[in-house]
Design a protein. Structure first.
Length: 76
């Protein structure tokens, strides 16, 4: 199960709190050992577009998208 949570200040350390929904779904009990796979969240734009490879240079592609959307959404 993947759960996105924010880190919190905990004394001189950084801690996490496992949400109640995750605890219930995973049936985690107090004192039980668990494994946590920590991965730093990437930028949302990098997640969405970072792996895409464009055949056209990005600026030209953006110019085409703007031109296509012009008049449809911008001027309404």
């Amino acid at each position: 199960m993947i759960t996105r949570i924010k880190t919190k200040k905990w004394g001189n350390s950084i801690g996490i709190v496992i949400p109640k929904e995750t605890i219930e779904a995973m049936r985690i009990k107090l004192g039980e050992s668990i494994i946590v796979d920590i991965q730093k969240k990437e930028s949302v734009l990098r997640e969405l577009f970072g792996s895409l490879k464009f055949k056209k240079p990005t600026k030209r592609l953006l110019d085409e998208v703007r031109k296509d959307l012009e008049g449809k959404w911008i001027n309404q």
